[in-house]
Write a protein that binds this ligand. Structure first.
Ligand SMILES: Cc1ncc(COP(=O)(O)O)c(C=O)c1O
Length: 341
């Protein structure tokens, strides 16, 4: 059966199927919220879950002190990012972002017949909002996706820069704040979305909450945007167990904040050691470090020692993204690097 022509250009999302002992390639966190497992004995899994996820959205609203009417949840923020593209980007319309950024923006745009365009980041891995605005003036995008802090560079855009972008255009703006928990709520636009008619913010439980396996993400937006997206989403898109996990996780705010503080301290210590070892380490407001090495096969050399990191040769040879591990993992990473560099 012939598929749509756009699909021919896609490559499957591959996750390396290799033996490893330490996994530092996907910016996950340890299972620190539910170390003793979760009791699902009262979760009614014989019934379809609440398709509006009302309790979960209400709990999210209480957590962030905002109305649940401005919130929507999905099976990971990936589902919501695709939903936004599917809903707002017609075939032939342009989606604009930075390069490098989260690879799935391009994949979803392509699947839905959109045209994906990018502005390169600067040599220091910052992104120029003025360049993005100029490019938007020329390409007239329907949607601009700004990942802040950006994956894989770790760069966080200032509030002033983001505000300038939102005010500069009629395009829909999606701020992907998957890593914002690590940068601090002060930098987030999650609560600002009700004041704009062209702004959506996406977040996830996969990173700072350590719940990547539960598949839970959320967005905030003005009520008209939420209502439109609710019409398009798959019914029952977040399963009953995941809704329950989300509600219970949101009751552990203090534990989450303590974990984030600890992760930031480990990140900064790791960054400084990696610099001492001769790597170029770019400033990061996330739970990972974007680094450059003279050794273009650094990932292979570390894998021989059981440590998995992410190669970004797709951006340029010698670039890698390393998730911040726990103390023992970071220690093992440092000793392995001392041997291979
Ligand atoms: C920037 C960014 N956005 C979105 C996602 C998707 O996260 P999830 O679908 O697990 O919520 C990721 C995952 O790595 C990411 O790095």
């Amino acid at each position: 059966m012939q598929n749509k022509p756009a699909i021919d250009t896609l490559k499957p999302y591959t996750v390396r199927d290799v033996e490893y002992t330490i996994k530092l390639d996907a910016n996950e966190s340890p299972n620190y919220l539910f170390e003793n497992g979760i009791d699902f004995s009262t979760t009614p899994f014989n019934l379809y879950p609440d398709t509006n996820a009302s309790r979960l959205r209400k709990t999210l609203g209480e957590y962030f002190d905002m109305s649940e009417e401005n919130l929507m949840v999905g099976s990971g923020s990936s589902e919501l990012i695709e939903l936004i593209i599917k809903t707002y980007v017609a075939p032939g319309e342009t989606v604009l972002s930075f390069d490098p950024s989260f690879t799935m923006y391009q994949v979803y745009t392509t699947i839905h017949g959109g045209v994906y365009k990018t502005v390169p980041v600067e040599e220091d891995m910052s992104g120029s909002i003025d360049r993005l605005i100029r490019e938007a003036g020329q390409t007239n995008p329907k949607l601009i996706i700004l990942c802040t802090p950006n994956n894989p560079t770790g760069y966080q855009f200032s509030r002033e820069a983001v505000t300038k972008l939102i005010r500069s255009t009629d395009a829909l703006i999606l701020l992907d704040e998957a890593y914002m928990d690590f940068a601090g709520e002060g930098a987030s636009f999650l609560r600002e979305t009700p004041f704009y008619d062209n702004l959506i913010v996406s977040r996830t439980f996969s990173k700072a909450f350590g719940l990547a396996g539960a598949r839970l993400g959320y967005i905030s937006a003005g009520i008209p945007i939420i209502q439109t997206l609710m019409k398009v989403k798959t019914p029952y898109n977040v399963n009953a167990f995941t809704q329950e996990i989300g509600i219970r996780a949101l009751k552990k705010k203090r534990t989450v904040h303590a974990f984030i503080d600890d992760c930031i301290a480990r990140r900064d210590a790791l960054a400084s050691t990696l610099r001492d070892l001769g790597l170029t380490v770019y400033p990061s407001r996330t739970n990972f470090l974007f680094v450059r090495s003279e050794r273009e096969d650094l990932d292979e050399a570390l894998l021989e020692k059981g440590i998995l990191i992410r190669n970004f040769a797709s951006y340029a040879p010698g670039f890698f993204r390393i998730s911040v591990g726990n103390q023992a993992e970071n220690k093992a990473l440092i000793s392995a690097l001392k041997e291979v560099l």
